[in-house]
Design a binder for this molecule. Sequence first.
Ligand SMILES: [Zn+2]
Length: 382
Amino acid sequence: MLRLFFCALIFLSPISFAADSGDGNSKIIRVAISRNTAQFKLKTSGKVYALEVKTGQKYMLLDKSTYEVKYISPAQLAVAGTTLQSPVKLLAADGGDRVKLNGRFYKGDMYIRTAAAEKLEVVEHLSIEDYLYGVLPVEMSPDWPLEALKAQAVASRTYALKNVNPKKDYDITDGVETQVYNGASGMNARIVDAVNSTRGEVLKYKGRLITAFFHACCGGHTASASSAWGEDVVKPLYGVKDPFCSPSSHYKWDFYATTRDLLSFIQKRGSSALKIKSIRVYKRDRSGRAVSLRFLTDSGSFTVNTSDLRKVFGTYDIKSTLITRVAPLNGGYEFTGRGWGHGVGMCQEGAKYMANNGRNYKKILRQYYPGAAIEDIGRATK
Ligand SMILES: [Zn+2]
């Protein structure tokens, strides 16, 4: 273990640095790579400068070395045992790969800063197009048809830029709660093609970026943003019929739950039932999704939110709230439904089949975000 930390920081003369890198034509996005940790190991894959932003003092991190980074105080952090003022900016000395964190490479400018509750925060600043190179390979398979990948690039670019918020320390996280970003590790020629050939293109409605949600499979009708989150209710996110995704293996699903698990679920929510007599869909939204289910029991009826049921039984088991049938089976209940995911915005499976049938990315985007205009970011005003 000691060998890992033999590299010390090398102090260089104070210098001033230019503003964030970028090609001048592309917007910068700030992605939170790591949060809620008080220390971590940073690996270098080239010479990297560590810049104390407040003083301009510069240190060098050697090539192919591991450095320990630790929280010290609200204003200080330590890199390889040397205490520095927060924030510290990392930038490549040679323009190549910069640092490796949690097994992933990052090429943008990294800022390490102290955060609340004695934690450190790592935020990467990079151009939106470089960011998309790291989003698309995880959000859509690189071997999918190019026009579907291009539609995904426009949706993901729009979604990310909609999140830009200068009042916060970062614009977007890198996990499933927004859209997944794995740094520069997953770079792929087809992804680069999809991103570059739609460069700068975003979806807008009445002059404003839309929150371009997307999901795996809608099961025949996309959901309205209003029923899912009660926000951003603009026409392109009202939900549409989708005749394209029916060949998908995610189009239909079924899930078996035991009576015991279902009883436990409603008892934890206040029901005193000891027996379930029947379960039926109680309320549906316009897209056909089950908003609530009604359990008829030995102590009366009890209504639950379907999204709550899905959260508890698992989003990989109850794949959507588009539940078409609930029927008794072998002493328990079988749930049958369609699609996978929240159902709002672009149906990725539908996009794939549209592309396979010769539709281009603009047609795909018009199908899933009706009424939204595809505009160049250069004219974007947000
Ligand atoms: Zn669909």
